[in-house]
Design a protein around this ligand. Structure first.
Ligand code: ACO
Length: 377
């Protein structure tokens, strides 16, 4: 047995997977062998989710059926909605989402069935429900009634409709769809690993996804996107951007949306989102935020690029969503709307050859001694 120790499991191979390939030095990302750039260009979120769940692209008929199944699972269970309505609406949207997923489990007649057939069915439900729940949370935060899903719309268009009450134009729906494709899986980040630790005990899928949501919520993981857009809005003026970042760097603060455990070059997802962010800025005739981002990016790369610190996916996802009219607090839940596909795909894959996760620690406590009775301490 290896006794090597790696803080944060850095560089440790903890499982085998046929889902996502990353080359962090060259900036390559591919799902089931297909480069992310090609999926962003030609695929849809539904097709990408099928690709991950089945580890192959669907036929036309399979895709049609998958889309219909997803659409049929969109409406929210009344009791889940009632629980959401009863909770403080200003609570963290990620905390609300985590609770809602847990509640959803109480209405599943077979929550403990972790066979791959059952998990593929539950995946369809969870992918649909994550979108409906996030849109409902977004509306409740603004004291608005949640909107019932429209089964004629695509997953992305329907999400934007449920959130804003307006059917998005094709271009907006497509941009959002690409954002979902880009975040659908990413090998073994903290959330996926946390989910598989729970899955490896043969616990139920709702516990597994609650664990994933808990890990995703943290600012060092999915929580970074919200911090990025808040930072860009706080900078507010391109003229202030460079000095703002220089001051942060001088205080040795981390700049959110930069750096990655695996990528030591430009994150390929950020490259695609940057293009969309630029496009949306032009369409909105409001380039201010994009200009700020350009200066922030240049300042950070000039200072830290040599250390392998470049924009990650969270840097541009914030402005893309902002230009689509989505408030910053919903960015991390939207990450989950996408990543639920990857979490479920990993759970199905891992359980097909399960081994309980049970690493060990290097003991650094006191040497073996004896219990001291309380009046002798
Ligand atoms: N800003 C400034 N310095 C940074 C940043 C950053 N964003 N990221 C890393 N560094 C520096 C560290 O201070 C450290 O410097 P040192 O060697 O002089 O001490 C060096 O780079 C290495 O940093 P580590 O923390 O060891 O790198 P790690 O692999 O653990 O970091 C992480 C990955 C946690 C993502 C980090 O880059 C970070 O905190 N980024 C900001 C948060 C963020 O954007 N998270 C989203 C990641 S993508 C995602 O989860 C979807």
């Amino acid at each position: 047995m290896s006794t090597e120790f790696s803080r944060g499991l850095e560089g440790v191979i903890a499982a085998e997977s046929a889902l996502t390939y990353i080359d962090g030095q060259k900036g390559i990302l591919a799902y089931v062998g297909i480069p992310i750039e090609e999926l962003a260009e030609h695929s849809t979120f539904e097709e990408t989710a099928f690709l991950l769940l089945h580890r192959r692209l669907p036929t036309r008929a399979e895709l049609q059926k998958f889309q219909e199944e997803l659409a049929s699972q969109r409406p929210l269970h009344t009791h889940v909605m009632n629980v959401l309505k009863a909770l403080p609406h200003q609570a963290s949207p990620m905390a609300l989402l985590r609770t809602a997923i847990s509640v959803l489990g109480h209405f599943d007649p077979t929550p403990d069935d972790v066979s791959s057939t059952a998990l593929r069915e539950k995946a369809i439900k969870l992918i649909s429900q994550m979108a409906t729940l996030t849109a409902a949370i977004g509306r409740l935060r603004k004291d608005q009634e949640p909107i019932a899903p429209d089964p004629t719309l695509s997953h992305s268009a329907n999400f934007l409709y449920m959130l804003t009450g307006k059917k998005p134009d094709a271009a907006a729906a497509r941009v959002f769809d690409v954002a979902l494709i880009l975040q659908a899986d990413h090998e073994f980040p903290a959330s996926t690993f946390a989910s598989l630790v729970v899955a490896s005990t043969l616990s139920d899928v709702y516990s597994v996804i609650s664990a994933a949501l808990g890990a995703l919520k943290g600012p060092l993981h999915g929580g970074a996107s919200e911090q990025v857009i808040k930072m860009i809005l706080e900078i507010g003026d391109p003229a202030r951007a460079e000095q703002y970042i220089q001051e942060k760097l001088a205080r040795h603060e981390r700049i959110m949306g930069f750096g990655h455990r695996v990528y030591k070059t430009y994150d390929p997802r950020a490259r695609i989102l940057k293009r969309y962010s630029h496009q949306l800025a032009q369409q909105a005739h409001d380039a201010r935020l994009f200009e700020i981002e350009q200066i922030v990016e240049k300042t950070v790369i000039d200072a830290l690029g040599a250390k392998g610190i470049f924009p990650n996916v969270d840097f541009y996802s914030g402005t893309v969503c902002y230009y689509l009219g989505i408030e910053p607090a919903l960015l991390t839940p939207i990450f989950a709307v996408s990543r639920i596909a990857g979490w479920m795909a990993h759970m199905i894959e891992y359980l097909s050859d399960n081994r309980l996760f049970r690493p060990t620690t290097r003991y650094v406590g006191p040497p073996l001694g004896h219990y001291i009775p309380i009046d002798q301490r």
